[in-house]
Design a protein around this ligand. Structure first.
Ligand SMILES: Nc1ncnc2c1ncn2[C@@H]1O[C@H](COP(=O)(O)OP(=O)(O)O)[C@@H](O)[C@H]1O
Ligand SMILES: [Mg+2]
Length: 252
């Protein structure tokens, strides 16, 4: 459960979040959408405590993020950052092993190693496990970073643009896995997605930000209409339905 109450944030003189409140219950996939600069990464970074809270309150599983020891929070919440910066002279298996750090403090147990191997297999990076991260393609690196986040084995996952650099089939595979993790393991997943159609097909809920404010919040079927998309993106977009799922024809 993620509870965000009256959160505002400024980067220097620029206020980029204005009094944002939302509650995300346990178990489910929530897509965070909105134009570039809307404040999506700032919001995710505040929830994941990559940025200090300036105003408002955030609780994850009942714990206030600004007053909980980092290691406690890291057992409950993993975050995939948008910039994906990693130390380069690291092999993929070591990188994914870092995901176990909150549990192992650096000494991997057999259980930690099992989590690492499962994550390597799940995101199709087992064949790359002994490669240095800086020799990977963008999509391969992204999958390694996602595997690291999953290896942390937390009930809450915050993923900032997880589909970046992924090809069509790896993107679909990731979305299916997010769906399965939410359904079978009751994980709470919040993902920033630019591909609205992935959000439509796999998310339970879409939260739309624009200029630092929540401007729409609801189930994909209700939210993905030309009118609402116009509020979010400033332009009407064509929406069709295929087998009941909305499909936004943004290229037409
Ligand atoms: N470290 C920073 N310093 C100054 N401005 C920032 C910083 N990070 C983000 N911003 C600004 O805050 C606004 C929101 O950014 P961000 O949360 O990254 O948006 P989004 O992820 O929705 O594209 C943007 O105008 C961006 O330029
Ligand atoms: Mg962003």
């Amino acid at each position: 459960m993620i509870l965000v109450e009256n959160v505002s944030h400024a980067h220097g003189p620029n206020r980029v979040l204005h009094d944002v409140s939302l509650a995300i219950p346990r178990g489910g996939v929530t897509a965070l959408i909105g134009p570039n600069g809307a404040g999506k990464s700032t919001l995710l970074s505040l929830i994941g405590r990559l940025l200090p809270l300036q105003a408002g309150r955030i609780h994850v599983d009942g714990l206030p993020v600004d007053a909980t020891p980092g290691r406690e929070l890291a057992k409950r919440l993993a975050i995939l950052r948008q910039d994906g910066a990693v130390a380069s002279r690291l092999r993929v298996r070591e990188l994914v092993g870092f995901g176990r750090f909150p549990h192992s403090r650096g000494r991997l147990t057999a259980e930690d190693r099992a989590h690492v191997e499962r994550a390597l297999a799940a995101f199709d990076v087992m064949g790359l496990a002994d490669r240095f991260v800086d020799t990977l393609s963008g999509g391969q690196r992204q999958r390694a970073l996602i595997a690291m986040a999953f290896a942390q084995d937390t009930p809450v996952l915050l993923l900032d643009e997880p589909l970046n650099n992924l090809d069509m089939l790896h993107a679909r595979e990731l979305m299916r896995r997010l769906r399965a993790s939410a359904d079978a393991e009751a994980k709470t997943i919040v993902a920033v997605l630019h591909d609205i159609n992935h959000a439509a097909a796999y998310a339970d809920r879409i939260i739309a930000l624009r200029e630092g404010r929540v401007v729409a919040d609801g189930a994909p079927c209700d939210l993905l209409t030309p009118e609402t998309l116009s509020v979010v993106f400033g332009q009407p977009l064509r929406v069709e339905r295929i087998d009941g799922t909305p499909v936004v024809l943004h290229h037409l």
